[in-house]
Ligand binder design. Structure first.
Ligand SMILES: C[S@@+](CC[C@H](N)C(=O)[O-])C[C@H]1O[C@@H](n2cnc3c(N)ncnc32)[C@H](O)[C@@H]1O
Length: 254
């Protein structure tokens, strides 16, 4: 894989974290293996409603991670799933889990920005989440377009970028803490994701970089890649204040 320095940095940080990330997921949900083995799903109702019946459709999860919760969920809803992640440790862990719980899912090491081992026009659905880790959303959108069959759909879901600019004080007041426009890459020390904090912290750290995408960046990247936007949804639940928590786009390759 020919990766930029920033993408290598993201990969290296996550490579170290994946086994612990899976461990934290299992601590969070002690019946993790039984849950997914028994057909459990862990997707928002918005995602499920937007895609409708996925039975027998080829679905590619672009950033599945070691827990692969969404890959297992879509498979349990009947999709034929390929789970991708840029780290080998995610793919090894997810493959082990799939064998343990009897799920027939292909887990493949791939950069979501190129999807190199994935063939052209092989998928009906691309499920793209956590774009904060992708340095080049335009390039990624072209790759997602490439792997879809004509008529195929992309579901892109991300924490709502407006809410990502705000912090809530203890008294409930909201303050703008980050700019919405002209926000460059955020280089910082990665100490695990919020799930680690619920279980005593990761205890390790790694340098990492995150990327911020505005709503116009997401929509324009998809449109420029050739997608036709079908629907956008701003989630009403779980947001701070009465603001939306997530922004989800459904688009089609025409
Ligand atoms: C927050 S995790 C994924 C979500 C997880 N399934 C969940 O919902 O809890 C983000 C994942 O993105 C992966 N990732 C980061 N950059 C990537 C890239 N360029 N291509 C593919 N995967 C990437 C990381 O390795 C990590 O496993």
């Amino acid at each position: 894989m020919n990766l930029s320095k920033n993408t290598q940095m993201v990969r290296d940080a996550w490579e170290q974290y994946q086994s612990d990330y899976l461990r934290f997921n299992v601590l969070d949900r002690p019946d993790y293996y039984e849950f997914f083995e028994g057909g459990g799903t862990d997707l928002s109702s918005e995602e499920v409603d937007l895609l409708g019946n996925v039975t027998s459709l080829d679905l590619l999860d672009t950033c599945c991670a070691a827990d692969a919760r969404q890959s297992f969920s879509w498979a349990n809803l009947g999709a034929s799933v390929t789970g991708c992640d840029i780290t080998t440790s995610a793919i090894e862990n997810a493959t082990r889990t799939a064998a343990r719980i009897g799920k027939d899912i292909d887990f493949v090491v791939a950069d979501a920005q190129t999807l190199e081992p994935i063939g052209d026009a092989t998928q009906d659905i691309v499920y793209a989440t956590y774009i904060i880790w992708l340095e080049d959303l335009r390039k990624a959108s072209l790759a997602w377009h490439r792997v879809l069959r004509t008529g195929g759909r992309i579901l892109m879901r991300q924490a709502h970028p407006v809410v990502d600019c705000l912090r809530e004080h203890e008294n409930g007041a909201l303050a703008v803490s980050e700019p919405y426009f002209d926000r460059g890459p955020d280089f910082h020390t990665f100490q695990g994701t919020p799930i680690a904090n619920r279980h005593g912290g990761w205890g390790k750290h790694a340098e990492v970089v995150e990327f911020f995408y505005r709503i116009e960046d997401m929509i324009n990247a998809l449109v420029e890649a050739g997608f036709q936007i079908a629907r956008v949804v701003e989630s009403r639940s779980e947001g701070i204040g009465s603001l939306p928590s997530h922004f989800t786009i459904l688009a089609r390759k025409t």
